[in-house]
Design a protein around this ligand. Structure first.
Ligand code: DGJ
Length: 331
């Protein structure tokens, strides 16, 4: 009888331990750690963005290869899916680069960065925008590419590349407002000034309406989101792959005026954005006021090993604040 009770207690303890560890596994973020997908492979979605669709988060980012060669596009845009932002399933390559020698603007060897995917409810199409540099021309083309798909995970068909409204475009994001209007936000004028440009109703071209913001501020890595009716911008300075201090700004209209609020980062290495550079801000669905700052710790000498720095954003009055944490939980 005594032995039976011991066995029972041990079984209960084992059950509780297993429940707690699996819960830990699912709910703890480790910025800069190895983030393994369902196949046990470090997630390969750099400079990424997110699209929430029917209860699932889809993460799209640059697929990098090993070594310095990984800084140019050999494969394309990788997609992962997750119900909880913690456990990621590899959905494969959503947009593939075109074969070498094809002459396509997205030929293997081009530079294809910071893909962002949005859904157009009117056309029922998924639209991907990205920063594109033509093969062999380093960063001189300063173009944007657009691709389309009927299915969120792809395959996406490349439509064309262009200079939005005839202007240079490098680091970029896309923001969809509550009325479904889409805005393309990018570093323009040789990175000196940010442009916010309205997209057409089908999200595939530009309407010609745009504003120049943060003139001469050399902002990169734009991430735009909306909270309590305010528009927020988080970005970086312009120092190549090396980290610098993040920037933040607020506006009551997407068209501005935008007011800079300074570096939102706090804690160890805050003056270098914790060694990372912004790429996107994702609101967590089902949580009252939780926005996740997504950033990349680049490793240009072995691009595939780049790490992800995701941290919750808190707000002091209206100012966004991002505290460094080596690990954190969503609740
Ligand atoms: C900083 C940008 O934010 C990255 O996307 C990439 O273009 C690097 N510069 C290249 O140096």
């Amino acid at each position: 009888m005594k032995n039976l009770s011991y066995t029972f207690i041990i079984l209960i303890l084992a059950f509780l331990y297993a429940a707690c560890s699996s819960n830990n596994h699912q709910s703890v973020f480790h910025p800069k750690g190895l983030w393994l997908d369902n196949n046990g492979v470090h997630i390969n979605a750099h400079g990424g963005g997110m699209l929430y669709n029917n209860g699932i988060y889809y993460w799209f980012g640059e697929h990098k290869i090993e070594g310095e060669a990984g800084n140019i596009a050999h494969v394309g845009v990788h997609c992962y899916s997750s119900e909880n932002l913690q456990e990621w399933t590899d959905e494969g390559i959503a947009l593939s680069v075109a074969p070498e020698g094809s002459g396509s603007d997205i030929e293997k060897g081009c530079i294809l960065e910071r893909p962002k995917v949005v859904y157009n409810a009117a056309t029922k199409k998924y639209v991907m925008w990205f920063h594109l540099e033509l093969k062999g021309e380093e960063y001189s083309a300063a173009r944007s590419g657009v691709a389309i798909s009927d299915k969120i995970t792809g395959p996406y068909n490349f439509i064309r590349s262009l200079r939005p409204n005839g202007e240079m475009a490098r680091d970029m994001t896309v923001f969809i407002d509550d009325d479904a209007t889409a805005y393309h936000i990018f570093s323009s004028e040789d990175n000196k000034t940010t442009h916010i440009a309205e997209l057409s109703d089908d999200y595939l071209s530009h309407t010609g309406k745009y504003v120049r913001v943060f003139p001469e501020r050399y902002m990169e890595a734009p991430a735009v989101f909306k909270r309590n009716g305010n528009y927020y911008f988080i970005g970086s300075g312009c120092t190549g792959w090396a980290p610098n201090a993040a920037r933040s700004a607020i506006a009551q209209s997407i068209w501005g005026p935008w007011t800079e609020l300074g570096n939102p980062c706090r804690g160890e290495n805050a003056e270098l954005t914790f060694g990372a550079q912004s790429t996107y801000v994702q609101k967590v669905h089902g949580k009252e006021d939780l926005y996740i700052f997504m950033a990349d710790e680049w490793r240009p000498e072995n691009a595939i090993d780049g790490r992800y720095v995701w941290l919750p954003i808190s707000f002091e009055e209206e100012k966004p604040v991002i505290n460094w944490q080596t690990e954190w939980k969503m609740d």
